[in-house]
Design a protein around this ligand. Structure first.
Ligand code: FPP
Length: 242
C-alpha cells in the first residue's frame, strides 16, 4: 500500500516526560515537544508526506492551570518566530485550525505572519490545531450550512458529505489516512472526528518529546501493512488493484 498522504498526530506525554526527567514543571516537556515537532515535520518532508496535522492545543486545554496555558502560548509565539527560516528552507506551508480568535492577540498576529510568509511553499502543509475541538468544529459547520439555507443560498438537499467537509476548518485538505497518538493513551480526544472516519489508528508508547523519525517510520510501516478495505471485501480490493 502507498504512503499516507495525510498524517494526523496527537502529541501526548509532554508532562509525563518532564516529570520523568526530574523537571519541576511540565513546561520543559512542551519546549522539548517543539523539537520533536520540528524533527517530525522534517521527516515527513523527506518521506514525501504532503500533509501533517498536529494537535497542539485543544479547547479543553484552556482549563489547565493558567501558568501552563500562558507558557504554552509563549512557546507558540516564540517557536513561530524562531522556526520561520526553517519552514521556508524546508518548503513548509503553515496552516492553523480551531477557534483561533480565542488565542492571545500576539499569537494570532504571529500565526498570520507565518501563514502569509509560507503561503507559497509546496513541499508539505503543516497544520496546527489550536483551541481546537472536533465537536465544536462540526457545530460551527452545521450552523454555517443552516445559515446558508436560511439565507436562501443553499437547499437542504445540497447538504451532502462534500458540502459538510467543505464547511469544516479542514476544507480543501484530504482526510487523514493515518492517526498517531503517542504516550500509550488509546483515545481520540475530540480530534478530527469527521475527517478520520476511515483512517488507520496507531498508538505508540513513546512520550512525545522522545518521538523520532524511527517512530514515524514504524507507524507508517504499520499503516502500509494494513489493508484499508473501506467496507469492501479483500477479493474486491484485489480485483481493482490487479
Ligand atoms: C500533550 O502533553 C501536549 C500538549 C497539550 C501540547 C502539545 C504542544 C507541543 C508539542 C508543543 C508545541 C506547542 C505549540 C502550542 C505549538 P500533555 O501535557 O498532556 O502530557 P501528559 O499527558 O504527560 O500530561
Amino acid at each position: 500500500m502507498s504512503l499516507p498522504k495525510h498524517i494526523a498526530i496527537i502529541m501526548d506525554g509532554n508532562g509525563r516526560w518532564a516529570k520523568q526527567q526530574g523537571f519541576r514543571t511540565r513546561i520543559r516537556g512542551h519546549e522539548v515537544g517543539v523539537e520533536a515537532l520540528r524533527r517530525t515535520t522534517e521527516a515527513c518532508g523527506e518521506l514525501g508526506i504532503p500533509y501533517l496535522t498536529v494537535y497542539a492545543f485543544s479547547e479543553e486545554n484552556w482549563a489547565r492551570p493558567k501558568a501552563e496555558v500562558n507558557a504554552l502560548m509563549k512557546i507558540l509565539v516564540s517557536s513561530l518566530k524562531k522556526e520561520l527560516p526553517t519552514l521556508m528552507k524546508q518548503g513548509v506551508q503553515l496552516q492553523a485550525i480551531g477557534k483561533l480568535n480565542l488565542l492571545p492577540e500576539s499569537a494570532q498576529r504571529e500565526l498570520q505572519e507565518v501563514k502569509d510568509a509560507t503561503a507559497g511553499n509546496t513541499t508539505l502543509v503543516l497544520t496546527l490545531a489550536l483551541s481546537y475541538g472536533s465537536r465544536q468544529e462540526m457545530l460551527h459547520a452545521t450552523r454555517q450550512l443552516a445559515q446558508e439555507v436560511a439565507d436562501g443560498t443553499r437547499t437542504v438537499d445540497s447538504i451532502d458529505e462534500a458540502a459538510f467537509s467543505g464547511a469544516l476548518y479542514t476544507a480543501g485538505m484530504p482526510d487523514p489516512d493515518l492517526v498517531i497518538r503517542t504516550s500509550g493513551e488509546q483515545r481520540i480526544s475530540n480530534y478530527l472526528l469527521w475527517q478520520i472516519s476511515y483512517a488507520e489508528l496507531v498508538f505508540l508508547p513513546v512520550l512525545w518529546p522522545d518521538f523520532s523519525k524511527e517512530h514515524l517510520e514504524e507507524a507508517i510501516a504499520s499503516y502500509t501493512q494494513r489493508e484499508r478495505r473501506m467496507g469492501k471485501t479483500s477479493e474486491q480490493l484485489n480485483e481493482t488493484t490487479s
